[in-house]
Design a protein around this ligand. Structure first.
Ligand code: COA
Length: 156
């Protein structure tokens, strides 16, 4: 994708662009601070597999959020990972990243997008519901610490 400057629904001006390897350290920082347990090697692998699916949001030249998209063997999109620096949450960055993902998947004629979210993660669930995701399943012990995941899916 071409880098795009946009205003979020909360009026924050952000630059949305594809991930580059020089962003890795910052992405891992945000990932770790958000307790996502993302794996650096896996992120690099996913980036190499589909560079367009790895998206970052920037404010004043600093990466403040990221999203990793993958394509499933069933031909659906999957939000593998999404996080925003805690100092920039609640300003519409997550929503902007998701909208970018939907547009990208539609470009490839993908009909559905799915994701997993912790049962306890109400904030993310609220966001996903408000963007048209519906609950389609429940996976006990999905996360390393034993927490269950809710599966959600959206028609694109
Ligand atoms: C989930 C996350 C990516 C959302 O990003 P964000 O930039 O804060 O989200 P937005 O500002 O776009 O908020 C969109 C919606 O999320 C919900 N939301 C955001 N912050 C919230 C808060 N503090 N309390 C309750 N709901 C909140 C609201 O429904 C909000 O809707 P609104 O725009 O109508 O107010 C971010 O909270 C985050 O990084 N969390 C830690 C990592 C994580 O949980 N990732 C998801 C794993 S599945």
């Amino acid at each position: 994708m071409k880098p795009v400057v946009m205003s979020t629904t909360k009026g924050l001006r952000i630059l949305i662009r594809n991930f580059e390897m020089r962003d890795l350290k910052r992405v891992m920082e945000i990932d770790e601070a958000a307790s996502l347990e993302g794996d650096e090697t896996l992120y690099i692998e996913l980036f190499r597999e589909w560079p367009e699916g790895f998206i970052v949001a920037e404010v004043d030249g600093m990466v403040i959020g990221f999203e990793v998209l993958v394509l499933t063997p069933e031909g659906e999109g999957r939000i593998f990972s999404i996080a925003v620096d805690s100092r920039f949450r609640g300003k519409g960055v997550g929503r902007a990243l998701l909208k970018t993902a939907f547009a990208l998947l539609r470009k490839y004629k993908i009909g559905f997008v799915r994701l997993e979210v912790r049962v306890s993660n109400w904030v993310a669930q609220q966001l996903y519901r408000s963007m048209g995701f519906v609950e389609i399943g429940f996976v006990p012990f999905y996360y390393k610490d034993g927490e269950a995941a809710i599966l959600m899916r959206k028609v694109l």
